[in-house]
Design a protein around this ligand. Structure first.
Ligand SMILES: Nc1nc2c(c(=O)[nH]1)N[C@@H](CNc1ccc(C(=O)N[C@@H](CCC(=O)N[C@@H](CCC(=O)N[C@@H](CCC(=O)O)C(=O)O)C(=O)O)C(=O)O)cc1)CN2
Ligand SMILES: [Zn+2]
Length: 754
């Protein structure tokens, strides 16, 4: 059986691309040096896949920032304001991704959005009325030729026309429909170019097919491909889907002229039954996504082989594939020196998944695989009990009652009490929690980890940072302060390290956006809190100021969503366990004099199931109560804040209000402020701080700009409910821009109060 990889991590085993790109941004290396690093990485990634015996190796899955933006740029979808900067091609690209403030002008970055149900983010390309969509780039073929020179024949990957069109923003009068002809002809040119180079296979990624599709969507899909497919005469087109099943369009797909169709058998709940009921054409290749591209547990060979055998019995031509790009898992287990072999034996990262693909493809071809060592070893692993259960946790969860999910008194009463308690000015100013994670902060943590300094020295340094941060915030004139989160590497990894039941890794980085990576902890067993986690830091910070210090926690849904979850118990059970652990922390903070506590649920909206029909039954019905469980035990005067990274919750506003927080801050500055209309429409009760500026870019917002944003907000939100804050934490920012931005923000709040 042949094997295929949808996409491979591009950041490098040890994040070489991240470090090179950041050096380039700081003008420490030249563009050529960055390009060289990239070329070298691609070489390693291709040869690694080749030596693992992978048959369909992707190219053009490499990206300096994001593959969606790459596809847009390939087709000249570049807004005028970036072209007008007249920068070299690479810098125009980075200007779209990161914004640009310099000699050539001042433009914000394009919007960034989460990529389906992952913690990866793509850049939302903008189509303007006069955007002339056509093939202008060379990237896929440069990479193809680069691999070819190494003796490796690859399949170029691009975002397919349907997903591209559905995920672009149309900023002028013209709508999606007005660009269909241009898009078709641009993709036809793409295919032609592939044929000129005698490329055997081309992969069109169409994850948008796993979302609910209307009749219009299906018609659009036909419109695009019915004209495009005839252009492919010698090159074969693989229609690749992932993150779910394609139930709305499957019967159409199998009738269309694709040479191969890639389906997700991991998240696609109905994939198998679709094949069973509608069949799969014998003359097409079925790329069966059976090796999980999103989680890090070893593949259970017995289960996978059963599916493969069933597909083979029906005489399908099957290529074994990953369920999605391996971009979403870390690169390799090789550098995990501190995890014991027992733990390691349960995991497979990207490199190890190549091995799984290879082993499975061999087993699938033999009649009796059960006598093979690879199979037997795998069986042994899954047969032995894992040391991961904790009876006390199970018992506690069993005794949670309905009342534990309800905070009293009701919010409107609490809000009145809290107004008196805190005596804050109108439009209180605050931040989301983290302050710049400067070099010294990371170096201190790194030295502590390597055992170069003592715990006392490590903590003394962080305390000094906190003290400086408190002083800094007082000087800027912020109303509600934070301690700055200097002790945290990442908001989720930090709690993962502190909670029982979690494992953490050393080098298992996964790209989140651009050069930014996360190291998701692994939920190994039942989760519990051993001892207070954040209390000392918060109490210390509060002792330094008369102003209110917000305690800072991460909520259970986000901790779960940004970790690698267990596969042996339900997500709901894991989330509930984490909720109880966070509840203990909330109550300890309160008992130690912390009067405002923010429980971040940055990822709550992010993991909403891709199909609306699953939203409540499979998610919100337990995610929202889990959040309430964390804070229902506090006094009426204690103010509970939450923070969400995306404002795109128009369609679940009642659910968000139902979290029963007193205040919510969220990201609104990169998107339009439509959300505000919806909040009003739904009589949203929670006080709100829609971010007044974008922290994902180094650009400093002017006072006027913020005043304008606030004035607009005031047309939609009651004045006694509006907070003033950036749209997310400041950890990725530098000190100078943070200082300037926050001062402008406080000044803007003052002007508005007048
Ligand atoms: N988990 C998670 N998901 C999220 C977010 C988030 O904050 N967390 N935010 C949203 C946006 N995504 C983001 C993802 C990552 C970062 C981010 O800042 N990542 C940092 C890494 C943070 C971190 O853990 N840093 C480590 C340091 C790791 C490191 O590079 N160490 C060096 C050594 C450093 C030294 O000696 O100076 C090394 O290992 O080589 C630490 O502080 O301890 C980065 O990529 O630069 C920000 C936002 C959505 N998803
Ligand atoms: Zn955020």
């Amino acid at each position: 059986m042949q094997t295929s990889v949808i996409g491979f991590p591009r950041i490098g085993t040890l994040r070489e691309l991240k470090f090179a790109s950041e050096k380039y941004f700081r003008n420490e290396i030249s563009a050529q040096q960055l390009l060289d690093t990239a070329e070298n990485l691609r070489k390693i990634h291709w040869t690694t896949q080749q030596s693992a015996g992978i048959d369909y190796i992707p190219c053009n899955d490499f990206s300096f920032y994001d593959i969606f933006l790459d596809t847009a740029a390939l087709f000249n979808i570049i807004p005028k304001r970036y072209k007008e900067l007249q920068l070299p091609e690479l810098d125009t690209y980075f200007a779209m991704a990161r914004g640009y403030q310099g000699k050539s002008g001042d433009v914000k970055a394009l919007a960034m959005k989460k990529w389906f149900n992952t913690n990866y983010h793509y850049i939302v390309a903008e189509v303007e009325d006069d955007t002339d969509i056509q093939l202008v780039g060379e990237k896929p073929w440069n990479e193809y030729n680069e691999a070819k020179a190494l003796g490796i024949l690859t399949k170029p990957v691009i975002i397919g026309p349907y997903t591209l069109m559905k995920h672009c923003r149309y900023t002028g009068e013209k709508k999606l429909a007005d660009f269909v002809d241009a898009v078709v002809s641009a993709y036809q040119d793409f295919v032609k170019k592939c044929e000129e180079l005698e490329i055997a296979w081309v992969q069109f990624d169409e994850p948008a097919l796993v979302q609910d599709m209307t009749a219009d969507d299906i018609a659009l899909f036909h419109r695009l491909y019915d004209e495009l497919l005839p252009a492919a005469k010698t090159s074969k087109i693989l229609l690749q889907t992932y993150f779910g099943d394609v139930r709305n369009i499957y019967p159409d797909l199998i009738k269309m002229d694709f040479a191969g169709i890639g389906l997700d058998f991991i998240e696609g709940k109905q994939t198998l039954s679709l094949i069973e009921t509608c069949g799969f054409p014998k003359k097409k290749l079925l790329f069966a996504g059976l090796v999980n591209g999103k989680n890090i547990w070893k593949n259970h060979y017995e289960k996978t082989l059963k599916v493969l055998k069933a597909l083979q019995e029906k005489e399908n031509s099957v290529v074994l594939s990953t369920s999605c790009s391996l971009l979403h898992v870390p690169y390799t287990l090789k550098h995990e020196d501190k995890l014991s072999q027992t733990f390691i034996s349960y995991f497979a990262f990207a490199e190890e998944k190549l091995e799984e693909l290879h082993e499975l493809s061999i087993l699938a071809d033999v009649a009796d695989y059960s006598s093979h060592a690879a199979y037997q070893n795998n069986q042994k692993l899954f047969a032995q009990p894992r040391d991961c259960y904790n009876d006390a946790v199970k018992d506690r969860l069993a005794h949670v009652t309905e009342a534990d999910y309800v905070r009293l008194p009701k919010r409107s009463e609490r809000q009145a009490l809290q107004k008196k308690e805190f005596g804050l000015p109108e439009f209180p100013t605050t931040t989301i929690g983290s302050f710049p994670q400067t070099k010294d902060v990371k170096a201190n943590r790194s030295a502590f980890r390597k055992g170069e300094i003592t715990r006392q020295e490590y903590e003394a340094f962080n305390k000094q940072k906190i003290a400086d941060c408190v002083k800094w915030q007082e000087e800027i004139g912020l109303d509600v302060l934070v301690h700055g989160e200097y002790e945290r590497n990442d908001m989720v990894e930090y709690f993962g390290e502190a909670l029982g039941g979690f494992l953490f890794t050393e080098k298992a980085w996964v790209q989140s956006y651009g050069t930014r990576c996360v190291k998701p902890p692994i939920i190994w067993g039942d989760v519990f809190r051993e001892k207070p986690i954040t209390v000392d830091w918060s109490v210390y910070a509060q002792s330094l100021t008369k102003k209110i210090m917000k305690g800072m926690l991460t909520g259970p849904v986000t901790i779960l969503n940004w970790s690698f979850p267990r596969e042996d118990i339900s997500i709901k059970e894991s989330i509930s366990q984490i909720a109880l652990a966070i509840r203990d922390e909330v109550l300890d903070l309160e008992a130690n004099g912390i009067k405002m506590i923010q429980i971040d649920e940055a990822a709550l909206r992010e993991k909403l199931p891709l199909r609306k029909s699953d939203w409540y039954s499979e998610y919100l019905d337990f995610a929202i109560p889990a959040f309430r469980l964390t804070h229902s035990g506090v006094k009426p005067e204690t103010q509970i804040h939450t923070h969400m990274c995306y404002s795109e919750f128009t369609d679940i506003i009642p659910a968000i209000d139902d979290m029963d927080a007193d205040v919510i801050t969220f990201e609104a500055s990169r998107s339009d402020l439509q959300i505000l209309d919806s909040l009003r429409e739904h009589h949203f009760e929670t006080e709100v701080g829609p971010g007044v500026y974008d922290i994902h870019s180094p650009r400093v917002p002017s006072v006027e700009e913020i005043v304008k944003a606030l004035n607009l907000m005031l047309t939609k939100i009651d004045r006694e409910k509006l907070w003033v804050n950036p749209d997310c934490g400041l950890k990725t920012r530098g000190v100078p821009e943070t200082d300037a931005s926050l001062r402008n923000m406080v000044e803007a709040a003052k002007q508005i109060r007048k």
